[in-house]
Design a protein around this ligand. Structure first.
Ligand code: NDP
Length: 681
């Protein structure tokens, strides 16, 4: 029995009446319908703005990161429900793993990066602040704040789960409610995901809505605080990007479109090298994973002229071993395309590509999908073509057959290989397989101008390589030109894309109040209680201590040399030191640091639990024998990660600004100390 899918709009499921039929990719059986009821997008947007935004803003970056982690754990607990539906899209278990566990993994990654890098507020300081006048009373800096708008995510059919989650995760951290619109063909899997997310109860009301079917007039209702992200074909991207309303209102539009990614076998690799096998394996895997329906799949295999036969033979052997069919049949390694429409589309494009090129491997080579009813399914044979004049053939650089299809292109010299790669007019990713660091050093900067990501693959990297086709949450995904020109993922950069940056000018005291971080020159509070004796809750930004003084003697330098074993001439050789820019022996920088710790530390056990590092250390003025130093320690930043230790004692992160000065009030050294501080509660 087929069911009617529903949209999740304004806190309720909409859709009873069946509209467009959706079919299984495996046997073309009718499995779902979209719904006929029109969505009121005015209602959806006002719900996101009036309910979603305030609910998200009631949480801090840190609290949203914690929710993301909980959601990722919850989804992993219910992943089998998603696997059970996913195979209808034609995906094997391994393909579904990329989509389902890759999606949850992206949530985990964003939760962890958010917890490490974002504040426990809703203002992200993009410092450091800089002085803008001679008298120290005027400074400038940048802050990033939630936009107060809605993000519309329009996604492709190939990753119904990852596609939504990879965009949702950074938006959620940025406090932006999302309206997800999956591609209709596989929207039943996204619908199942959103139902599970709702049942988790982990998201604030209004944080996520789902559109099954058309976006109607949604884009025409967006404003400057909103954003649109798109993944799909370059044609649709071009159409949506040109929407007059989006242009008139400067609505940010990010696009990740199809691209003709390539892998280059460098001229130094021979069939006897391990790298040759790696190349063949990577290409074959990219052709067949997800039946080639990956925006990152290798479409162009660029190999030296004299390697064409060897690579062709090895690829044919590998492709012949790939068993295609219903993924529930044991041994099946490649499933179906997402729909019969896609099957027709890929067949047409292969026909265009085959004109003037040789077909090295195709359905002619004994293609027989296995499983029940598969003759009605959307299966497609792995297809390998060969182009011997890539510099004159436009089709191989323009036509993307979104299936298990790739064209080998021969080249003569690394410059020609790079020129061929660039004829893709901008791609998401390229792989260079080489053994030679010099070739990588020459080729990668050239390839980087037209690719969003470059994988250099050799034997050493292969042990842990995550592969050509896998976008990683930590690394940028998106390429220039034909690839859409957008950027996604890339760590906290992706969160920043969904925040609004503003420059702020004012006195250091005002900037400290706005950013929630101590800014040099701002007013400080000095009290009777040493800042290290205060619990996390009691510490205030600007709590400060100016220490007593200490005169540095020759004995200090000699002792420190003895303890550390550092007898560098600058500290111990009076004659050599006289010829340096300092004209005399100076104290070790690390001694100055240690001496400063001795000046500001409060030695008895207390709320400061650990010092776990230094940031931004600079030695500015040398300290000579006889100089007198002192330190100023100021509470700079507090981050509440809601953490407890093994015994259940709460703790937070506190960064301290340290300035060491000499008897002339010159800055000697400057840095931030990172500590863990106990909570009172
Ligand atoms: P489309 O570009 O047609 O569709 C992508 C998304 O855009 C879908 O959600 C689609 O919805 C939506 N869409 C289409 N027209 C509009 C519109 N006027 N307003 C709002 N939303 C719209 O790509 P397909 O998914 O059909 O795939 C076609 C080709 O795109 C593939 O053959 C492949 O070449 C390429 N592709 C590239 C991908 C990539 O990741 N770079 C991924 C998938 C495909 P609906 O499904 O309801 O039409």
């Amino acid at each position: 029995m087929s069911t009617t899918l529903q949209s999740w709009i304004a806190g309720r499921w909409i859709g009873k009446e069946a509209a467009a039929p959706l079919h299984s990719a495996l046997n073309n059986a009718l499995i779902y319908y979209t719904h006929a009821e029109a969505i009121d997008f005015d209602e959806a947007l006002s719900y996101a703005r009036k309910t979603g935004v305030p609910a998200l803003m009631r949480l801090t970056f840190q609290q949203r990161a914690a929710r993301l982690k909980a959601l990722a754990q919850y989804l992993m607990g219910r992943k089998e429900e998603l696997y059970a539906i996913s195979h209808q899209t034609g995906a094997t278990r391994a393909d579904s793993w990329i989509d389902i566990e890759g999606g949850a993994g992206t949530l985990f990654a964003y939760a962890s990066m958010g917890s490490r890098e974002l504040p426990s507020s809703n203002v992200l300081h993009e410092g450091p602040a800089m002085a803008l006048g001679k008298n120290g009373g005027f400074a400038g800096t940048h802050i990033l704040v939630p936009r107060g708008g809605v993000a519309v995510h329009i996604n492709a059919f190939n990753f119904p789960i990852w596609g939504l989650l990879e965009k949702f995760a950074p938006c959620f951290l940025a406090a932006m409610p999302c309206i997800g619109k999956p591609a209709t063909a596989t929207s039943y899997l996204t619908e199942a995901l959103v139902r599970i997310i709702n049942e988790s109860g982990l998201l604030p009301e209004g944080a996520l809505q789902l559109v099954i079917g058309s976006t109607g007039d949604l884009l025409d209702r967006l404003g400057g605080h909103d954003a649109v992200t798109f993944t799909g074909s370059a044609d649709t991207a071009a159409k949506l990007r040109a929407n007059r309303h989006l242009i008139a209102n400067s609505v940010p539009f990010t696009s990740e479109a199809d691209s003709l990614n390539c892998a280059i076998l460098a001229p130094d690799v021979t069939p006897d090298d391990a790298e040759f096998d790696l190349f063949v394996k990577e290409v074959a895997r990219e052709m067949t994973a997800k039946a080639g329906q990956k925006c990152t799949a290798i479409r162009r295999i660029i190999v030296p002229e004299n390697m064409v036969d060897a690579v062709g033979t090895r690829l044919r052997e590998r492709l012949a071993k790939v068993s295609v069919g219903d993924p529930s049949v044991e041994g099946v390694r490649m499933g179906a395309l997402a729909s019969r429409d896609q099957q027709r589309d890929v067949a047409e494009r292969v026909e265009q590509l085959a004109r003037g090129n040789e077909v090295l491997y195709s359905a002619r080579d004994g293609f027989q999908p296995v499983g029940e009813g598969v003759s009605e399914g959307a299966f497609f044979a792995p297809t390998l073509l060969l182009c011997r004049d890539g510099m004159r053939n436009d089709a191989v650089h323009d036509i993307e057959a979104f299936g298990p299809v790739s064209t080998m292109i021969s080249y003569n010299g690394i410059d020609e290989a790079l020129a061929l790669a660039a004829r893709g007019k901008g791609s998401l990713v390229s792989t260079l397989v080489t053994r030679e660091p010099a070739i990588a050093a020459y080729a990668v900067p050239v390839a980087a101008a037209s690719h969003g990501r470059v994988l250099v693959l050799d034997k050493e990297a292969s042990v842990d390589s995550t592969g050509h086709g896998s976008p990683l949450p930590q690394l940028k995904h998106g390429g220039p030109g034909r690839a859409g020109g957008g950027e996604e993922l890339g760590g906290i950069r992706a969160v920043r894309h969904f925040l609004q940056r503003a420059a702020v000018q004012g006195s250091p005291t005002m900037l400290a109040a706005v950013t929630g971080e101590y800014v040099r020159g701002a007013a400080v509070q000095e009290g009777d209680v040493h800042p290290f004796r205060k619990y996390f809750e009691d510490l205030k930004i600007g709590d400060s201590l100016l220490t007593h003084r200490r005169t540095v003697s020759e004995a200090d330098i000699v002792n420190f040399g003895g303890v550390s074993g550092d007898y560098f001439y600058m500290h111990f050789d009076e004659v050599a030191a006289r010829d340096t820019q300092f004209g005399q022996r100076i104290a070790h920088g690390y001694f100055v640091l240690s001496a400063a710790a001795g000046l500001f530390v409060s030695p008895a056990p207390g709320p400061v639990l650990a010092n776990y590092g230094l940031d931004n250390l600079r030695f500015i003025t040398p300290v000579a024998i006889g100089d007198t130093i002192r330190a100023r320690l100021t509470c700079k930043r507090k981050v509440d990660r809601n953490r407890t230790d093994d015994k259940g004692v709460g703790q937070g992160v506190v960064a301290w600004d340290v300035q060491i000065t000499n008897q002339r009030d010159e800055l000697v050294a400057s840095y931030d100390i990172l500590t863990l501080v106990m909570k009172r509660t």
